[in-house]
Write a protein that binds this ligand. Sequence first.
Ligand code: ATP
Length: 238
Amino acid sequence: MFLVGLTGGIASGKSSVIQVFQQLGCAVIDVDVIARHVVQPGYPAHRRIVEAFGTEVLLENGDIDRKALGDLIFKQPDRRQLLNSITHPEIRKEMMKETFKYFLRGFRYAILDIPLLFETKKLLKYMRHTVVVYCDRDTQLARLMKRNSLNREDAEARIKAQLPLKDKARMADHVLDNSGEWSITKRQVVLLHAKLERSLEYLPLRLGVLTGLAGIVSLLYLLTRYLLEPQVSSSLEV
Ligand SMILES: Nc1ncnc2c1ncn2[C@@H]1O[C@H](COP(=O)(O)OP(=O)(O)OP(=O)(O)O)[C@@H](O)[C@H]1O
């Protein structure tokens, strides 16, 4: 199995593209979903966020108020870093668990939706392929303003807070251009999936694990035989 990291910019279409991969039966790991999961009440990250940011980032039912927290860290990079240092290790652990489950189920590749793949770089070394969901700046701005009911100034500020989408596209192995009609994007996703499925890059890990298992089984077999065999020399001595 190999890993494919999918990223893009705010409102560039990542979630929409990931849905198509899901419909195609792919192994999808959504970091946003994991990020929401690990901050639920009862989880260590939830307790540490409340300790660090206070109860004003809580909703009445005890859940984290993601909007309040987002607003709080938006203009304060040091607090953003603090939040990341709490949540990122927990997110990575969950991602590894999910990846392992898909590996056991025999998937050839798993696609991970990682919004800040190129910014944080931490997960980049595990990705055999990187995919950027791109759209031109005007389209991105218009879709963001519409989806989040933002004025132009706020939407522009949010786009500016990230690496430019064009730079990300240059760094990626594959670019899905989502500037136009949705049907055109969908076709690109289907083609990319077919290409990744055809790739033989899943073989080294699978063969490695099978060889390792075969080695362990042989070792156990030899050990069992040795332990169960009558000790001829010692019985002669008696
Ligand atoms: N090709 C398209 N044509 C028209 N609208 C689109 C297209 N692709 C996505 N959208 C719309 O643009 C908005 C942003 O898309 P989406 O939520 O998939 O982006 P995203 O990259 O996951 O965003 P974020 O990271 O900010 O959550 C959504 O409202 C979606 O319905």
